[in-house]
Design a protein around this ligand. Structure first.
Ligand code: ADP
Ligand code: MG
Length: 191
């Protein structure tokens, strides 16, 4: 198994919903386990026109080779209606391989670490949300590049789920009643 990071982005159609559905799609693959998912971020288009983007990053464990993972990402993009009328065109879904283990890959169709990883706030910020001490092969700590992208607009979306159930479950593990742990009934609190 290999740890990899994928960057997802969309700015056509119901972009926010597409990202959530795409993460579910990734998690349903028997070759992938989703280890972590960043928040959703709303970001300004860079080198492109069109609406604001929604972006997120997922950390996965996979049995796939880098090229098979790329092929899977492209299949999922296609499934969500991805078209490529011109470079940097608005897109229903983009899934890029940001990092694949400690590997450096330079092939005509696949470059890892992703060549624009350190130049894009919409990649760096969610990556660092997942792993604050992340290092990029041959480039060092990811957080040192944050200053370079400080002028790029990025806004973290508040999660619609304020569900207290995780706390309630861990409280139950400890043998305490869920209501007492949360100070209120756990029922009906998931918005
Ligand atoms: P964008 O560069 O805006 O993400 P596309 O998604 O259309 O544009 O990708 C263009 C090409 O980039 C793909 O055909 C793919 O072969 C190549 N590519 C190179 N490295 C990567 C990577 N790390 N992740 C995803 N695609 C990559
Ligand atoms: Mg892409």
């Amino acid at each position: 198994m290999t740890v990899a990071y994928l960057g997802l982005g969309a700015n056509l159609g119901d972009a926010r919903q597409t990202l959530k559905d795409a993460v579910v799609c990734l998690a349903q693959q028997h070759t992938i386990a989703v280890l972590a998912k960043s928040s959703l971020y709303r970001t300004a288009p860079i080198d492109a026109g069109g609406d604001d983007y929604f972006n997120c990053v997922v950390k996965i464990d996979t049995t796939l080779t880098p090229h098979r993972l790329l092929a899977l990402c492209q299949q999922i993009e296609h499934h969500f209606g991805r078209e490529r009328p011109y470079r940097n065109a608005p897109r229903t879904l983009d899934i890029d391989i940001l990092l694949f283990d400690e590997q450096s890959i330079e092939e005509p169709d696949l470059i890892v670490p992703h060549p624009r990883l350190t130049e894009r706030a919409f990649v760096l910020v969610p990556l660092l949300e997942i792993d604050a001490a992340l290092t990029i092969p041959q480039q060092g700590r990811a957080d040192t590049f944050l200053a370079h992208v400080a002028d790029q607009r990025i806004e973290k979306m508040k999660s619609p789920c304020q569900c207290p159930m995780l706390n309630a479950l861990s409280a139950n593990d400890a043998g305490e009643p869920a209501d007492a742990a949360n100070g209120a009934s756990a029922k009906g609190r998931c918005s």
